[in-house]
Ligand binder design. Sequence first.
Ligand code: SF4
Length: 594
Amino acid sequence: MSPRTRRTAHETAGSPAEAAAARDPSALRARLRDPAAFTTIVELVPWRGVLDDPGGRRARVMAAALATDPRVDALSVTDNAGGHAMASPEILGRELLDAGSEVIVHVACRDRNRNELTSLGWRLASAGFHNVLCLSGDYPVAGYEGLARPVFDLDSVALLAMYTEIDAGRWPVAGDRGAAHAAAAEAWAPPDFFLGAVVNNHKRLEAEVIPQYQKLALKVRTGARYVISQVGYDARKQDELLRWMRRAGLSVPTIANAFILTRGAARAFHSGRIPGCTVTDELLAIVEREGASPDKGKAYFVEIAAKQAAIAKGLGYAGIYIGGAATHDDVGRILDTAATYGPDDWRTFAREIRFEQPDEFHFFEEDPETGLSSDVVSRPYLRSKRRAARPPHALRAPVAYTVNRLVHGAVFAPGSFGFERAAWGHGLLEKYHLGKPLHVFEQAVKVPLYDCRDCGDCSLPDIAYLCPESQCAKNQRNGPCGGTHDGACEVPGRTCIWVRAYDRLKAWGEADAMLDRPPITTDNALRRTSAWANTFLGRDHFGRLAAAAAAAAATTPEAATTPEAATTARTTARDVSAGTGTPSGATQTKETDA
Ligand code: SF4
């Protein structure tokens, strides 16, 4: 059924049952694939409490009205947004499915381990939810008798990888036990997921912006089939995102965020209390002024959102993602207002909604004609890369990083003289049950140097020798979450490890390939075991990735001739991240860019 037909079904369905029967579970993906379509998605935030609480009743009234609005293509239900415990998105989502709506359900890794995420995936697919937005999730802010303990067993990239594999018919259990389960499973009905991801492109620093783009590329390579941008009010950055994606060959549909501000929301975004959402000083001043008007600024805030929708359409986004709506009327006013604009009005709006942060990094030069982005890569950025590519690197990078590189190259790089001997030695020690003393020695070295938490599946080489277990609040092993604010972690008190990693790698001219590798997932069975032994004996994620690459090359011999297959996963995951290998990156700007 085409999206247009689905709209007719909305309009003519006489009952929720009829509407549900008329629903085409692939309508959203079909619409997003249609280059002529501009999709409207509205975000719904569940309430705190049970279904019949006043908050629940209000949300359901709004959701029911949106579900029957033919201008709205999908409703997107958040999962404990902001790190607060709220009603499960499935509760509201179920009602919306029954009403015939297309629903995107958010799945955050914060509150669940991988088994619960697997179980949830099956539960969602069984209930008819196929559009899943994969998120790491905001850090929890409060809970019963204190702060909730976050889980982050997986991050958003690893979740995308797992759901993609489940969808491809692979049994989500590793090792011999997984093989036995897979062999026993007679019929395997894929959940038919349509997986999405978020990108936070409204960052100020180069060391935030580029890693966000790199992580986006990793998400798309891993299985994201549509992308939604984060809250921000800068048309140039919105333009830049699409241009960067085109340049990187990422052709997934991208949906622009349009959040309806209020004074309270703007203050919270401006203060950094809501991770990843940006409101500048200049915009806050306008919001404060407009918010003092008799309608509390509503008309102005609706107008900004309508203009953002027009800009998104003009720039070539696949749709608009409306957040912050308190009522169906809010959404209706935005869509009605946007419908009154002429085809070229967005160019004027794009000059108006350009709230830049001080000294904000832009990947591309500004186009002076439009005030938006051009396709010319930022000259200061290219100059800084050229400088970084020249020695002496060691003077620009922290000494600790330089020493780590040397040690890694000599001992931990597969194929090195040290690696082969260390592998032989560890094998021998394990054979005679003498691994424990070496593990104690390893901890005596790694705890003071890296604040090591003995996870046994070490990602130090992946993150420029920074430990994600102890120094990243969300244990992000596949790039930064969207929560940084001016380079600081969303959990106050430290700089984001990915910002630090980017700066370390850039000092050696190697930042381009930081995330040019497969997704990393840790094996918790290795906790409290020697990471060195696991590395040398191929039990950690480097070993698993190498084995997977070898298996893939064996089953598709022609793939072995491609650069990706020829460079084993072990090399890409370990040596490129560690800065001792040859980057194979295709997603970033090379020195020849001008
Ligand atoms: S260190 Fe960076 S990636 Fe980790 S939680 Fe903080 S902001 Fe997110």
